[in-house]
Design a protein around this ligand. Structure first.
Ligand SMILES: C[S@@+](CC[C@H](N)C(=O)[O-])C[C@H]1O[C@@H](n2cnc3c(N)ncnc32)[C@H](O)[C@@H]1O
Length: 279
C-alpha cells in the first residue's frame, strides 16, 4: 500500500535511530516555518519540485462521497459520518486531515520530496481490509491506503494520463482519479477498465459513472492475465502498492501483450525518462 506521510517532526531522522538532536530539529522547524511563508496556489498542471509549498485553500479535489467529513482519528476508530464502507466491508473511503505544515511525501523518479500546506486540507483515501480481521479489530485496515488524492499522486499519475488516446486501458480503479481524467481527454475515444476486485467495482462504479465522459467497459480480473488478451492503443497500469519499482513488471507485461501499442506504469516514465513500448 502507498505510504504518504512523514512522521511528526520530532521523530524525523534515520529509521531505527533516536529522534533528531535539538539543533537539527530547530533547523528543520525553521525550514518548515520559512516554507509556510512561501506557499503558492495549487495547480494540477504544476511541475514536481522537491519542496512544494501550497496554499491549502486552493487544493480543490474531487470527493466521491462529498458528505464524508475529514478526520485525524485512526481509520478503524472513525465515527459515523466520517467514512463509507463497501457493502462487503473490504474497502473504506475516508478523508484524512492533512495538518498545516505537516509534510507529505512526493516522488519523482529516484527523487523524494515533500509538500506542505499552509492550512489543513482533507485528503480522500481508500483503505483495504486485511483478510480475516473482525470489524472491530484495530488492525483491520491496511496501514497505508491503496490510493489517496495527494499532490504526489496527482503529479505522478499525470504522465500516464497524458499518454491516453484512442482506446485506452486503465488498470486499477482505486479512487478512479486516473479513470475519470482519462475519459476527459479529447484524444480518447473509449476506455477499458481492468480491476481485480468485483466488490470495489460494484461499489464505486455507480458513483463514478456520472463523472465519466467516454464509454467505459469494465473487465474484472487480474491485469496480468486480462491485458495480454486485449487490443488497445495505450495501457496505463497502476496496480502497484509502491512507487518506482514497477519497471520490470510493466516491461514483462508489455512483452506478453502484442495487441497494445504503448504501455505506461506508475512511475515508469519518470524512472526511465521514456515511455515503455510493447514492440
Ligand atoms: C493504487 S490503486 C489505483 C489508483 C488509481 N490509479 C486512481 O487514480 O485512483 C490500485 C488498484 O489496483 C487494483 N489492483 C491491484 N492488483 C491488481 C491486479 N493484479 N489486477 C487488476 N487490478 C489490481 C486494486 O484493487 C486498486 O483498486
Amino acid at each position: 500500500m502507498r505510504p504518504v506521510t512523514t512522521p511528526p517532526l520530532g521523530l524525523m531522522g534515520p529509521p531505527g535511530r533516536p529522534p533528531l538532536p535539538p539543533a537539527q530539529l530547530r533547523a528543520l522547524v525553521g525550514d518548515y516555518r520559512r516554507r509556510l511563508t512561501q506557499c503558492v496556489p495549487w495547480n494540477p498542471a504544476m511541475k514536481w519540485q522537491p519542496q512544494l509549498n501550497l496554499q491549502g485553500a486552493t487544493y480543490g479535489i474531487r470527493e466521491l462521497f462529498p458528505t464524508v467529513g475529514a478526520s485525524l482519528d485512526p481509520v478503524h476508530a472513525l465515527a459515523e459520518g466520517l467514512y463509507v464502507d463497501s457493502p462487503g466491508g473490504s474497502f473504506r473511503y475516508c478523508v484524512r486531515v492533512q495538518p498545516r505544515g505537516r509534510p507529505l511525501l512526493t516522488w519523482w523518479g529516484s527523487q523524494v520530496g515533500t509538500v506542505i500546506f499552509d492550512a489543513p486540507v482533507g485528503i480522500p483515501a481508500l483503505f483495504q481490509a486485511r483478510p480475516g480481521r473482525a470489524p472491530d479489530d484495530p488492525e483491520r485496515w491496511n496501514e497505508h491506503p491503496w490510493m489517496s488524492l495527494t499532490p504526489g499522486e496527482y503529479l505522478t499519475l499525470r504522465p500516464g494520463t497524458r499518454m491516453a488516446r484512442g482506446h485506452t486501458i486503465v488498470a486499477g480503479l482505486g479512487l478512479a482519479h486516473q479513470l475519470i481524467e482519462v475519459t476527459r481527454r479529447l484524444q480518447v475515444k473509449r476506455v477499458t477498465l481492468v480491476e481485480l476486485s468485483q466488490e470495489l467495482v460494484d461499489w464505486l462504479m455507480p458513483v463514478v459513472t456520472p463523472l465519466l465522459r467516454k464509454p467505459v467497459d469494465v473487465v474484472v480480473g487480474d491485469a496480468y492475465e486480462v491485458i495480454p488478451q486485449l487490443r488497445a492503443d495505450v495501457a496505463l497500469v497502476d496496480i502497484f502498492p509502491g512507487y518506482g519499482n514497477a519497471q520490470a513488471q510493466v516491461a514483462e507485461l508489455a512483452a506478453r501483450s502484442p495487441g497494445i501499442k504503448k504501455f505506461w506504469g506508475w512511475g515508469t516514465s519518470e524512472m526511465s525518462g521514456r515511455r515503455l513500448r510493447s514492440r
